[in-house]
Design a protein around this ligand. Structure first.
Ligand SMILES: CC(C)(COP(=O)(O)OP(=O)(O)OC[C@H]1O[C@@H](n2cnc3c(N)ncnc32)[C@H](O)[C@@H]1OP(=O)(O)O)[C@@H](O)C(=O)NCCC(=O)NCCS
Length: 146
């Protein structure tokens, strides 16, 4: 299982994977495409040699003082084997190397697995925002100082 940078040829498979991981919040293909155009170096995929099994995507603000993790996921049948931690670890390592001081993310308050992973990596709860992703879609905000 390899973690590598996403390529343009991955976009169709990434779109399918994103739909499987986030059925209610799938990025439209054109948004994934534009994320890729803007932040390809921060778009990492988990590749088992024949298919994509996970991804992590982050984006850095123009002043480079803050990055946001915009997506993280591992296919269902491969969860609980350290792959999500590995993806996040590589993403954070790269952001640290590029001198980004803070990483932020939002997470659904009921997503105990993701929250446990982020806490264990040192992310700290910064507050909750009602309707962060629209009506009824509250999110916790978490931040890590690199
Ligand atoms: C969140 C997600 C990426 C974690 O990936 P994973 O490969 O299963 O996670 P790992 O095996 O690397 O485990 C990392 C940590 O997550 C937590 N964790 C993993 N499985 C868990 C479970 N079933 N229950 C509670 N915590 C769990 C633990 O803290 C674990 O650390 P540990 O192994 O030291 O105990 C994965 O569950 C996923 O893709 N979920 C659907 C998409 C999603 O919700 N993404 C996050 C959006 S904010």
């Amino acid at each position: 299982m390899q973690v590598r940078g996403a390529s343009e040829q991955d976009l169709n498979a990434l779109h399918q994977l994103d739909a499987e991981l986030f059925p209610d919040f799938t990025y439209p293909y054109f948004v994934l495409r534009q994320f890729f155009d803007v932040c390809a170096k921060d778009f990492l995929v988990l590749d088992d040699g024949s298919s994509l099994c996970g991804y992590v995507l982050s984006a850095t603000a123009p002043d480079r003082r803050k990055s946001w993790v915009l997506g993280l996921g591992v296919t269902k049948n491969l969860r609980g084997q350290g792959l999500g931690r590995r993806l996040m670890g590589e993403a954070l390592h790269s952001l640290r190397d590029h001198g980004v001081p803070e990483v932020w993310l939002s997470v659904e308050p009921a997503n105990d697995t993701a929250i446990a992973l982020y806490r264990s990596l040192g992310f700290v709860h910064q507050g909750s925002e009602k309707g962060y992703f629209g009506p009824g879609e509250d999110r916790l905000l978490m931040m890590l100082r690199l």
